[in-house]
Design a protein around this ligand. Structure first.
Ligand code: PMP
Length: 396
């Protein structure tokens, strides 16, 4: 059967492809260490599961308002006010089926054919595809290792044209593991003043920050920033709820309404009993549940980065957010390891998986071929074993 040009142009998610290959090897009995995952390895806290069970038993099994139940949007508004210093009414918030869905819908709601979207590297693989599916064009900004892979004000200023409709900011960053400081974000916000550029601020990793890193919501920087920002967040990362598929967007009423119209035809509401559980997720026990995971991630990230840095020709910044290390391994490009020439990150990832049975994600689909991404959403024991293998593999 014919497949549309639109669908043909979308490659499968590179992160999912590596995980699939690792699973295939595992199924064949190979002892694979997986650093590919983009999901916390912790289970969803029991208090959230119990709330979903209670909602099911209470018959919360029917359609709801397409944008999500008002009780959930109200508690998200409260969360944004208390934790992020952002004032939104429940009508200015839409709950979708995961942050990915929120992102897709946001792009569809604001972008027109030929619009330009500024996308700094490294970028999460889904951004360019959702931009393309909205008929817009990604304008890639190649960031510098020396600036911790963060976009500079000069780079942003130079990328803006009269076609620029949006800039995507993802902090804490997947795959980079870095976080913009409040000052850096304020400087970027200043560059946008006097333009019509929308900021899509993906804040899904806001709770996973380390050391003395401070998180600030882009929209809270100034009135100007507030008016131009769509704030995207979700339950997957902070609450270990990846399988629940719950994300949300807050922003100007006309955009949220447009997203709501699209959602009413695309999916209708997010899963009903999940929404009731999400209300509880944001309740009292949240802080403690999140902190437990955060502390463990911090310990693992520090260890992983120090192990990577101790390998010759591997350079890794200590992560300040999310759960990824993003080392530059290009010092090994041009080598031949066990008969395989390592030309770039794709070769690196493939050879490492086949020869040393460690799965990680090549940097190329994130826009950085010099790097690879290792997730530390796995046990310290796994990290130790995997790093031993990588070290041995590179040192031969
Ligand atoms: N934004 C970023 C930067 C992510 O890494 C992810 C998950 N990989 C998401 C959004 C979306 O997550 P979900 O669809 O599970 O809410």
């Amino acid at each position: 059967m014919k497949v549309s040009k639109r669908a043909q142009e979308v490659p499968p998610s590179a992160t999912i492809a590596v995980t699939a290959r690792a699973q295939q090897l595992k199924a064949q009995g190979v002892d694979v260490i997986g650093f590919g995952a983009g999901a916390p390895d912790f289970d969803t806290p029991d208090y959230i599961k119990d709330a979903a069970i209670a909602a099911l038993k209470a018959g919360k099994t029917k359609y709801t308002a397409a944008a999500g139940i008002i009780e959930l949007r109200t508690i998200i508004a409260e969360k944004l006010r208390k934790e992020n210093g952002l004032e939104y009414t429940p009508e200015e918030i839409i709950v979708s089926i995961g942050g990915k869905h929120s992102l897709y819908e946001a792009m569809q709601a604001v972008l027109d054919l030929g619009d330009e979207v500024i996308l700094p590297t490294p970028y999460w693989v889904t951004y360019p595809e959702t931009i393309k599916l909205a008929g817009a064009v990604s304008v890639i900004i190649q960031t510098d290792k020396a600036n911790s892979y963060k976009m500079t004000t000069e780079q942003l200023r130079n990328a803006i044209t009269d076609k620029t409709a949006m800039v995507v900011i993802n902090s804490p960053n997947n795959p980079g593991g870095f976080t913009y400081t409040p000052e850096e974000l304020a400087a970027l916000a200043k560059v946008l003043q006097g333009t019509d550029v929308i900021v899509l601020s993906d804040e899904i990793y806001e709770k996973l920050i380390y050391g003395d890193t401070k998180f600030v919501s882009f929209a809270s920087l100034s009135e100007d920033a507030y008016n131009r920002t769509l704030t995207l967040n979700g339950f997957s990362k902070a609450f270990s709820m990846t399988g629940w598929r719950l994300g949300y967007t807050a922003g100007p009423l006309e955009v949220i309404k447009a997203m709501g119209r699209l959602q009413s035809h695309m999916t209708s509401n997010p899963v009903t009993f999940g929404q009731y559980a999400a209300i509880e997720a944001l309740g009292e026990p949240a802080a403690e549940a999140i902190e437990k995971m955060r502390v463990e991630f911090e310990r693992r990230g520090k260890y992983m980065a120090s192990r990577l840095n101790s390998i010759e020709d591997v350079i890794c910044n200590e992560p300040t957010g999310a759960f990824y290390c993003f080392p530059d391994v290009s010092g090994h490009y041009g080598r031949t390891i066990n008969g395989v020439e390592i030309g770039g990150s794709m070769d690196f990832a493939e050879a490492l998986l086949e020869q040393a049975n460690v799965a990680l994600v090549p940097g190329l689909p994130f826009g950085c071929d010099n790097n690879v991404r290792l997730s530390f959403a796995c046990s310290l024991e796994q990290i130790t074993k995997g790093l031993d293998r990588i070290e041995k593999w590179l040192n031969q």
